[in-house]
Write a protein that binds this ligand. Structure first.
Ligand code: FA5
Length: 349
């Protein structure tokens, strides 16, 4: 076999193999096998010494020409494969900037929180400041200062969760009324506050009773406050919340911390006053209790009952939501069912 034939064979095989190298790693392996220090062509060049002296220059030139050709072919192939590799990686990492973005999950305030904010706004326009008080209370504020001494039968009405009886009796507040005395102890008349917050009662749950619920207390104390002021304020509240067509009702009721006392009801918006499960077939939904602050309560905080009079009310926040938004069961509010809660979702501001 002549030198040229041997080189032609190497050339043919080398170019064919390089043509099929589909990736950079295969191409680099090819370079090592043909052009590397131990490659076929290098071995061939080394073997030139064995040729007769007159044949060596021509064979050397031919081998070097082939080496240059293969090196150039390799460089071209490597560039093409590197470009293809880059294209592939770019395609893999591609981000389609024309895709619409994913909506971030934004929560909303709980319907009870919304209602409390709305009530605070309504009362603020009537001159009431919103204040907050403790949910863990002493029996002193929850009962005693409200004219409910420990032997008073009315104490049983509130189904109290008692936390501690060691020194002072500590309870979960059964209503927001303890804030009446706390507020009056801290301020002098005129007093006009509303107090929203959680209350707890150990009672059987049903469509209108929960063991944890919210009330909004109202208290106004000044000279010459009368029952007419109380009725005016609650009527205005019903008008603002439920619309001018709702009817309100005040009936005599007993609470030891007011005299006289009333219960305040609005005609049931769910059945239009005809009677349903929520209003227990009465056509009326009790919103809360109210009345003129009892002289003993005023005395208990050091106010002069001869000079000052006042009214107080305690409203059920969930009850108002049920009325206004047609919710049939109070247990839905703390039930944590997103399908229910989403119906009240509002854009956050
Ligand atoms: C009271 O709690 C008095 N503190 C209200 C009061 C304040 C009277 C100031 C006079 C002066 P009552 O127990 O009726 O009253 O509760 C008031 C309202 O809270 C009820 O009308 C009802 O709307 C709501 N409520 C009471 N218990 C529950 C309960 N278990 N689940 C949901 N709402 C309730």
């Amino acid at each position: 076999m002549t030198v040229q034939t041997s080189l032609d064979t190497i050339r043919e095989r080398a170019l064919a193999e390089l043509g099929t190298a589909a990736d950079l790693a295969t191409a680099r392996d090819w370079e090592r096998r043909f052009l590397g220090a131990k490659g076929e062509l290098t071995a061939f060049l080394r073997g030139l010494g064995a040729l007769p002296a007159e044949e060596r220059p021509a064979a050397g030139r031919a081998a070097n020409t082939l080496k240059q050709e293969l090196s150039a072919a390799y460089a071209a192939r490597e560039t093409a494969l590197a470009a293809a590799d880059l294209d592939r990686r770019l395609a893999e990492d591609a981000v389609d900037v024309t895709l619409p973005g994913r909506q971030p999950a934004v929560g909303s305030t709980h319907p009870v929180t919304q209602m409390i904010a709305e009530l605070s706004d309504i009362f603020a326009l009537m001159g009431f400041q919103t204040v907050f008080g403790p949910e863990v209370e002493t029996a002193h504020y929850n009962f005693d200062l409200l004219n409910i001494p420990s032997d008073h039968p009315a104490r049983d009405v509130w189904d109290t969760f008692v936390l501690d009886t060691d020194e002072a009796e500590i309870v979960l507040r059964t209503h927001t009324s303890p804030m009446q005395a706390r507020t009056m102890e801290q301020r002098q008349p005129p007093v006009r506050v509303v107090v929203p917050g959680r209350c707890y009662r150990y009672e059987a749950q049903d469509a209108s009773h929960e063991w944890m619920f919210h009330q909004l207390e109202g208290l106004a104390v000044d000279e010459r406050i009368t029952m007419a002021d109380l009725k005016g304020v609650l009527r205005e509240l019903a008008r603002q919340l439920f619309g001018p067509e709702r009817r309100v009702r005040f009936r005599c009721d007993f609470f030891p911390f007011v005299e006289p006392g009333v219960d305040f009801a609005v005609d049931c918006a769910i059945c239009g006053g005809k009677g349903c499960r929520v209003c227990k077939q009465t056509g009326w939904l009790e919103m809360g209790g109210a009345g003129m602050v009892h002289p003993k309560v005023l005395q208990g905080v050091g106010y002069d009952p001869e000079r000052y009079t006042g009214f107080a009310f305690g409203l059920g926040v969930e009850r108002m939501l049920m009325m206004r938004d047609g919710v049939g069961d109070v247990r839905a509010f703390a039930g944590n069912d997103l399908r229910f809660l989403r119906q009240f979702a509002r854009a956050q501001v």
